[in-house]
Write a protein that binds this ligand. Structure first.
Ligand code: NIG
Ligand code: FE
Length: 427
């Protein structure tokens, strides 16, 4: 499976996401969110270093090869198929141990997600299972998830901690995420989400609560920064989680330590999360089920990417984020799996792209941009992945269909036939 140089030829559609104004790494907004730069009967050449060497109409490639101006070791015919950038998943919690299948049944029987959490289950159940697992168990369980997720088309992942909620366990989760980056054949950005929930010990009154925020700011984040374990910090600012003031302290500290910022915001209500993301010019504000016009304009003005997680709405039976209103307000939208043990253990980002259309009212082309270029931009990776341009990494998919809209039309069907990461076939 060595990269070698190879050509994927004669695809019915190649979604380049080429921007007519030149390669730009900012997340796209407005009408630009629907520009896929589609080439028909086109080919892509990947060099031995795993980068895109050439891309264009197949007739031009044949002419270049006939004149001996370009040669490849292998030619792989993709007639009647689609070539597109591999998916980028900018919001996962995929390093955890154990499962919450029992909780799933309780919820399907009518129990409420927030009530289970308030009673010490939910996230805290995963904290107990994750703390109890060995490093090897944690790694092996997470690797299996990543293998399934990449088979569904994602080759870049953001991975959050947040099932440790104490120094050592948070560090352990992030080290496992780093090991996945080094060994799983995918790109990984890591995020410290120590501010995910208040652990059992912090639920004994306001002082205990304050001490946990102190612990995050004075011990956990500095230790994570000094070991270089996280690219970002995140905070769950919502009803039943961190208040706006507590979240602001966490973001301030993380910013001072040189980390990028992301915020879980407005999933259950309006507690200031989206405003905070705008105030801190966070890279991303995520969930956003409950949004008003002022909050949308604040995100647009601050250039914060809105990351929508429609799988979570589906699983929890909640409303879908209004992606249409966000795009119309000029906000750059990304979509992600939110893959986690409780609110959404779905692993198929290609299917979630369909949910973004049916639930959040994105157009299929917008959903593609949201799950590729915009997701990459929110992770600072837009110069490497998320588009097909000469010089970018050959992270791409071959779809077993001649029209990319089938990803939505037949959402959930096994259309992702081949997955390449850095020019290596990984699925
Ligand atoms: O993004 N909203 C908070 N955190 C996760 C859920 C985590 C869990 O239930 O374990 C989310 O949905
Ligand atoms: Fe999440």
């Amino acid at each position: 499976m060595s990269a070698g140089s190879f050509a994927l030829t004669r695809a019915a559609q190649v979604l380049t996401l080429h921007d007519p104004e030149g390669p730009r790494t900012a997340a796209r907004r407005g009408a630009a969110m629907a520009e896929l730069g589609i080439l028909r009967d086109a080919s892509v050449v990947v060099d031995a270093a795993g980068e895109i060497e050439w891309i264009g109409p197949h007739t031009e490639l044949t002419a270049l090869m006939d004149r001996g101006e370009l040669s490849v070791e292998r030619v792989h015919d993709c007639a009647g198929e689609v070539i597109m950038p591999a998916l980028v998943d900018p919001h996962t919690h995929l390093v955890w141990a154990g499962d919450r299948r029992d909780e799933l049944e309780l919820r399907l029987g009518g129990a409420d997600y927030e009530a289970i959490f308030a009673a010490g289950g939910g996230i805290l159940s995963s904290v107990r299972q994750t703390r109890a697992a060995s490093d090897e168990q944690l790694y092996a369980q997470s690797l299996r998830r990543i293998e399934r997720m990449r088979a569904c088309g994602a080759t870049t992942f953001e991975i959050k901690s947040g099932y440790g909620l104490e120094l050592e366990a948070e560090l352990r989760q992030l080290r496992v995420a780093r090991r996945l980056r080094d060994e799983a054949g995918v790109r990984v950005k890591t995020t410290c989400l120590a501010a995910h929930a208040f652990p059992e010990t912090a639920r004994r009154g306001p002082q205990a609560r304050r001490r946990f925020v102190d612990e995050i700011c004075e011990q956990i984040l500095p230790a994570v920064a000094s070991e270089g374990l996280a690219d970002y910090a995140d905070v769950f600012c919502d009803r039943g989680a961190f208040t706006k003031d507590e979240a602001a302290r966490v973001l301030d500290t993380a910013h001072a330590l040189g980390m990028g910022l992301r915020v879980h915001a407005n999933e259950f209500g309006h507690t200031g999360g989206a405003e905070l993301a705008a105030e801190f010019r966070a890279a991303s504000a995520d969930h956003l089920l409950h949004m008003n016009a002022d909050e949308r304009s604040a995100l647009a003005e601050a250039g914060v990417v809105a990351t929508l997680l429609p799988g979570t709405s589906l699983v929890l039976g909640k409303p879908f984020a209004d992606g249409r209103a966000l795009i119309d307000a000029g906000v750059a939208v990304a979509i992600a799996s939110d893959c986690n043990p409780g609110s959404c253990a779905l692993e198929n980002l290609a299917m979630i792209l369909g949910l973004a259309c049916y639930g959040c009212k994105l157009a299929p082309a917008e959903a593609v941009v949201a799950a590729t270029h915009n997701a990459a931009a929110s992770l600072g990776l837009a110069a490497e992945v998320g588009r097909l341009e000469v010089g970018m990494s050959a992270d791409l998919l071959v779809l077993a269909t001649d029209d990319y809209r089938d990803l939505v039309y037949h959402a959930g069907s096994p259309l992702v036939r081949e997955v390449y990461s850095r020019g290596h076939r990984i699925s």
